[in-house]
Design a protein around this ligand. Structure first.
Ligand code: ZN
Length: 243
């Protein structure tokens, strides 16, 4: 099988090179978000989003406090209007009753101004939080714009890589069609076991798969073999093809 065998080994190396290319392309594609800088920008944005959520939580709590105080003031106002209405209607009442109603109105008025002070505090406390939220939004705006640019860039690169993947897959299929089934199977088994490389070149005294040098005697023996002989690297087990 020497000529056909040598031919098959050439196709095998071509398949190996294309498999290596495919793996590299896939890695490049998988790393696009990281390598483009998008991952870093998104991490910064999510840090800002966490700060914003925290500030919004504080602002919402203050707004709820303010709303609660407003509701209480509303109840007091209703109560005071009711007592005053009774006071004005009670022309014939005893002085003692009028005094009691008067006291209640005074008490309600005092209580109201206490609640108003608390409401004012809750409102004022919201101001720095609103300022903080505005600052966070200002910081996020350019990052959002940058992230949008990078996302578009990543999508474009991914598309380019996909086109290269399709081309490499087609070329690989074409080369693989020339491999004897037994050789193809052996290659696939080795490739699965040996980090994607099932076939290696013998370059000088070195196996390009494991990068170790072979003993000179072994190299001489290999080079003396008829072309197309299938041999393995003693050290890594990969199919070794003399360059
Ligand atoms: Zn090796």
């Amino acid at each position: 099988m020497s000529d056909a065998g040598a031919d098959a080994l050439e196709h095998l190396l071509a398949v190996q090179d294309l498999d290596t290319t495919l793996t590299q392309l896939q890695h490049r594609r998988d790393a696009l978000v990281e390598s483009s800088g998008l991952a870093a920008v998104e991490a910064e944005l999510s840090g800002l989003a966490a700060e914003r959520a925290q500030a919004e939580g504080r602002r919402d709590a203050l707004a709820a406090t303010q709303k609660g105080l407003e509701d209480q003031i509303g109840v007091l106002d209703g109560r005071r209007a009711e007592v005053e209405r009774r006071m004005y209607a009670a022309t014939g009442s005893a002085a003692r009753d009028l005094q009691a109603m008067n006291d209640e109105v005074r008490h309600l008025t005092e209580r109201r101004s206490e609640l108003e002070e608390l409401e004012l505090v809750a409102m004022l406390d919201q101001e720095p939080v609103d300022a903080e939220l505005a600052t966070l939004a200002e910081r996020a705006a350019p990052l959002e714009a940058r992230a949008a640019e990078l996302r578009a860039e990543v999508a474009r690169s991914a598309q380019e890589i996909d086109a290269e993947l399709v081309a490499a897959q087609a070329a690989r299929a074409e080369q693989a069609a020339n491999l004897p089934p037994a050789l193809a199977e052996r290659y696939e088994t080795l490739r699965a076991r040996l980090k994607g490389t099932g076939a290696a070149r013998l370059v000088g005294n070195r196996c390009s798969g494991c990068h170790l040098e072979l003993p000179s005697v072994e190299v001489e023996r290999i080079r003396a073999l008829p072309p197309g002989e299938i041999i393995s690297c003693d050290q890594c087990g990969r199919i070794l093809v003399p360059a």
